[in-house]
Design a protein around this ligand. Structure first.
Ligand code: B1M
Length: 219
């Protein structure tokens, strides 16, 4: 029965049906399904289909925005629940989608998962310029700065931020992610780490600040 509801939830994201997405998210929670499972098996598979259809010109920006709105409405319900995990102080992370880029769904999921793992996350939002990153790193005395980019035309901006951090001699670890980013690209721009998804981002953040990462543990 829950399998059917997961499929319906994915479909609600695909259709951009915000009310249905909220209703089904709440229904799964009432059935005792945890927030991370709802994210992984209901919302993300829906957004995967949206991505493929967008790429193949089957749907266009307005439909994608409506799907994103549905997904965000459900994420808003899940976020406080994900953050209810047993929290212990881990470190402070500055997060942002780089300049020129307004994609924020993945970055928001990563931020949410980091918070639920005990990190303090200062989210600078989208279209984040180098000065904003640098100011926040200094102000918050951050341990890590995380950058997200979804466009091949904006991913290069990560190097601008990393170069500035190095130039100013700031002691902060850097991590990067987003659909076009790879491990090789991360090394090329001089980042300290790359994560392909939110679960790996949590593992990486812990490694970067020297927290032991336990395998086979659902984050
Ligand atoms: Co955009 N878009 N989009 N879009 N969009 C892509 C990225 C694209 C691949 C679609 C396609 O053609 N197939 C394509 C980029 C092509 C390229 O650069 N090679 C594209 C394009 C072209 C564009 C526009 C230029 C379209 C236009 O206007 N002609 C435009 C650009 C606007 C801009 O940024 N300046 C644009 C606009 C938009 C919308 C506004 C309509 C909307 C964004 C809404 C929003 O974010 N609020 C949108 C969307 C939704 C997408 C797709 C369909 C989905 C992205 C998404 O949210 N995925 C996307 C296609 C795709 O990726 N399949 C596409 C779900 C999300 C959970 O995954 O963001 O990858 P993701 O995050 C993952 C990991 O990457 C990782 O963890 C996350 C969770 O697992 N991760 C990190 C992310 N950040 C991380 C940081 C980390 C670690 C891991 O550490 C710091």
């Amino acid at each position: 029965m829950t399998e059917e509801i997961f499929k319906e939830l994915s479909q609600a994201v695909i259709d951009g049906n915000k009310d249905k997405s909220i209703e089904l998210t709440n229904k799964l929670l009432e059935l005792g399904i945890d927030a991370k499972t709802i994210l992984d098996f209901g919302l993300l598979p829906g957004m995967d289909v949206v991505g493929i259809r967008f790429r193949d010109n089957i749907i266009f920006v307005p439909q994608v925005l409506i799907s994103a709105r549905a997904m965000k409405s459900s994420l808003a319900i899940l976020e406080p629940l994900l953050s209810k995990a047993d929290l212990k102080g881990s470190g402070t992370i500055i997060m942002g989608t780089v300049k020129g880029d307004i994609h924020d769904i993945g970055k928001n999921i990563v931020s949410m998962m980091l918070r639920s793992s005990g990190f303090t996350v200062i989210d600078l939002g989208i279209d984040t310029k180098v000065e904003k990153f640098i100011d926040a790193i200094k102000k918050e005395n951050a341990d890590i700065v995380g950058m997200s980019a979804l466009l091949t035309t904006t991913m290069g901006y990560m190097k601008v931020v990393i170069d500035k951090i190095k130039e100013e001699g700031i002691l902060v670890k850097t991590m990067v992610g987003g659909a076009p980013i790879s491990k090789a690209f991360a090394s090329e721009v001089g980042a300290d780490g790359y994560a392909k998804n939110a679960t790996d981002a949590v593992k990486l953040a812990k490694q970067l600040i020297g927290i032991e990462v336990k395998e086979n543990k659902i984050e």
